[in-house]
Design a protein around this ligand. Structure first.
Ligand SMILES: C[S@@+](CC[C@H](N)C(=O)[O-])C[C@H]1O[C@@H](n2cnc3c(N)ncnc32)[C@H](O)[C@@H]1O
Length: 221
């Protein structure tokens, strides 16, 4: 049996394979991982540090309301929100990713479902008190960036909160995947009734002076 190939080089290849289908490659990548051809992509069990430090250390189980994690992958962030007490949904465009999340998080209270940010169910419009989007928008080519951003905004309930974490860039011409976000692109989450509470650029580990990570918190009135 041959060892699985690193998923990163497969993502580089697939991410450029068909510009007319900017999200189709995710299912191909996750399926290759499920069949053991490549290593597991975006493999982590701890919440992203920018989410963990934002939620702080409240008493587990005390949060109320609904939460959704966009492009949830293996579900580490969704599990974190569920532990805090949110009634949590995690969705991903890739059925193979959702199958992997359900398998890894067997017994979890999180609802893991297949869903496409570019074609969301009507009933999800304004349905979530907390929306967490980490690295999905940057993973998809700029050709659909405005639509991806609008999809994220549409999920936030009246009075709800959106937390966005993305790699930062100073220029919009970098070749991806991923395609990091400029300040203007992160500010674009603040439309359609959403306004920014804070936009921070967190330093990347060990890379002083280089573009870091955006963490933006937004609210709907
Ligand atoms: C870079 S990975 C990040 C995964 C996870 N959020 C994390 O931080 O570990 C991007 C994820 O978004 C999913 N994705 C890409 N396009 C999507 C879309 N249009 N709707 C929902 N999920 C999408 C991919 O399948 C993939 O799991």
């Amino acid at each position: 049996m041959t060892a699985p190939r690193p998923w990163q080089s497969e993502a580089d290849r697939l991410g450029h394979a068909d510009p007319s289908d900017p999200t189709g490659w995710f299912e191909r990548l996750w399926s290759s991982a499920r069949s053991g051809d490549v290593t597991t992509p975006w493999d982590r069990d701890d919440p992203h540090p920018a989410l963990a430090s934002w939620t702080g250390a409240p008493a587990p189980g005390l949060a109320t309301g609904t939460a959704v994690v966009v492009g949830c992958g293996l579900g580490a962030d969704a599990e974190h929100l569920a532990r805090l007490g949110y009634d949590t949904t995690g969705f991903d465009v890739s059925p193979a990713a959702i199958a992997a999340a359900r398998e890894r998080r067997a017994g979890s209270p999180v609802t893991y479902v297949v869903g496409n940010l570019l074609d969301l169910p009507h009933e999800w419009a304004g349905a979530f008190d907390l929306v967490v989007e980490i690295y999905t928008v940057q993973a998809v080519s700029r050709s659909v960036r405005d639509d991806m951003t609008a999809g994220v905004r549409s999920l936030v309930a009246p009075g709800g909160t959106l937390l966005v974490v993305q790699a930062a860039t100073g220029t919009a011409d970098e070749d991806g995947p991923p395609w990091p976000l400029t300040r203007a692109e992160i500010e674009a989450f603040g439309q359609d009734g959403l306004s920014a509470v804070s936009i921070e650029e967190l330093a990347g580990p060990g890379s002083p002076g280089r573009p870091g990570t955006w963490r933006a918190e937004l609210r709907r009135a």
